[in-house]
Design a protein around this ligand. Structure first.
Ligand code: ARG
Length: 456
């Protein structure tokens, strides 16, 4: 391909370090699609003959069928997917194949192919996220009234509803979907026609190729076009953020599935046993979702560090942009699928959740609020009195609703029997009806709104 200038062929080590075909063969569909657009434009602009273009188009379509049926046969001497397609095209149509590369370079070609691939990847992830959100909505709706302990510092804090807890994740995944959608809008400009770096003297029509490839418009600057990998970084940043959310949910499932919690039973199809301890049911899928998030963040890190020192325009370092994106995409796809399956099939144990919600003095804040509302105390003083009540209950080994009125009044004579209305977990949860709060009516409103926005 570039042998004209060289007396010796590459050493076998050079061949190996130079070749990207083992991984970039994933781009064959995008490569052929972009070439079809390019050659149609060349003919339209009368840069090459119609007949030549027709031969090239037929040849490219034949290669697509061959790759579809038998995959891409790797040849390290042919370096990358672009050369594999061109070499096969030459076998099929002869020297006329050489006209395909008029007015383009592998630099704009690889930028275009990779961008097309990442854009498809964004669509795949967005669909996966929507499916996960649907699963969350279904379970949240069924558990809008189910009471569980809410935690801060992983210490029992205030009772919440399970539906509310699940809808918190819905919100996170909604932001993820919007991050991917943003990235898609930003990346949707065609680098094809930027050529090696400076544009071309041929009278190409970049708007036409851009439209044929469903881009918004051609990119504005040829140097930027071949140097830019922001689209890959945007994908990885969104993927990292999303995997971080998946990891937090996975972590909660792991804790909830442990015997001291017992909030959930993970489905058989997402658990494994132990070879030595027959009683074990391990949350491996959740643990691997948590683990994969580390690898996905590593992929982002790899590409950031690859790109950060590169001058304009193309440098070969940029060939290393693909493996981290491909890896992250595979890991994220699996994580999303596993988490969706777990959400759909997990068995929640509402009785156990309620028992724990009722322990740990989780309605202490409700008591303090009652003192503020009914006895008109400043919150700080109410907080202090509540501390004394909790200490007493702890000493008696009972819950706040099990203390007697006399016991309450021994701490503060302004406490009346009305206090017992706010001490149950049900009353606590129902009272938190501020916008976005945990009250079942609020959770149902959140779910209805979420369902509408997901269907848009
Ligand atoms: N295989 C290369 C890559 O993936 C294609 C671009 C090569 N361009 C060049 N001037 N060597 O980045």
């Amino acid at each position: 391909m570039w042998g004209g200038r060289f007396a010796d062929g590459p050493s076998s080590i050079m061949r190996e370090i130079n070749a990207s075909i083992p991984f970039d063969k994933k781009l064959w569909r995008q490569d052929i699609r972009a070439s079809l657009a390019h050659v149609a434009m060349l003919a339209e602009q009368q840069i090459i003959d119609r007949d030549d273009a027709t031969q090239i188009i037929n040849g490219l379509n034949q290669i697509a069928q061959e790759f579809e049926a038998g995959g891409v046969t790797e040849d390290l001497d042919l370096e990358d997917i672009h050369m594999h397609v061109e070499a096969r095209l030459t076998e099929i149509v002869g020297p006329v194949a050489g006209k395909l590369h008029t007015a383009r370079s592998r630099n704009d070609q690889v930028a275009t192919d990779f961008k097309l691939w990442v854009r498809d990847a964004v669509d795949v992830v967005s669909d996966g996220l929507a499916a996960l959100q649907q699963a969350l909505l279904g379970r949240a709706e069924a558990h809008a009234d189910t009471i569980m302990p809410g935690f801060t510092h992983l210490q029992s804090a205030q009772p919440v509803t399970l539906g509310h807890h699940l809808m918190a994740y819905f919100e996170m995944f909604d932001r993820d979907r919007s991050r991917f959608a943003d990235a898609r809008v930003r990346m949707n400009y065609s680098p094809l026609g930027a050529a090696a770096l400076a544009g071309t003297g041929f009278a190409i029509d970049r708007v036409q190729t851009s439209q044929m490839l469903d881009f918004e418009a051609p990119t504005a600057n040829s140097l930027d076009s071949v140097s830019d990998r922001d689209f890959a970084l945007d994908y990885l940043m969104a993927a990292t953020q999303c995997s971080l959310h998946l990891s937090r949910l996975a972590e909660e499932f792991i804790i909830w599935a442990s015997q001291p919690f017992g909030f959930i039973d993970l489905p058989d199809r997402f658990s494994t046993g132990s070879s030595i301890m027959p009683q074990k049911r391990n949350p491996d899928a959740a643990e691997l979702v948590r683990g994969h998030s580390g690898r996905i963040a590593g992929c982002l890190n790899a590409l950031i560090i690859t790109m950060k020192g590169l001058p304009l325009a193309y440098s070969k370092d940029m060939q290393d942009d693909k493996p981290p994106v491909f890896d992250a995409h595979d890991l994220l796809g699996l994580s999303l699928a596993a988490m969706t399956g777990m959400i759909e099939d997990v068995k929640f144990n509402p009785d156990r959740m309620r028992t724990l919600a009722e322990s740990g003095f989780s309605t202490a804040t409700d008591f303090a609020d009652w003192l503020v509302r009914e006895a008109k105390l400043p919150f700080r003083e109410a907080h202090h009195i509540t501390g004394a009540v909790v200490q007493l209950a702890e000493k008696q080994g009972c819950t706040l609703s099990e203390l007697t009125l006399e016991q309450y009044q021994s701490i503060d004579s302004r406490i009346t029997k009305g206090v017992f209305d706010v001490l149950s977990v049900d009353a606590s949860v129902a009272s938190r009806s501020s916008y976005g709060g945990t009250a079942p009516e609020q959770v149902r409103a959140q779910i209805a709104k979420a369902r509408n926005s997901l269907e848009d």
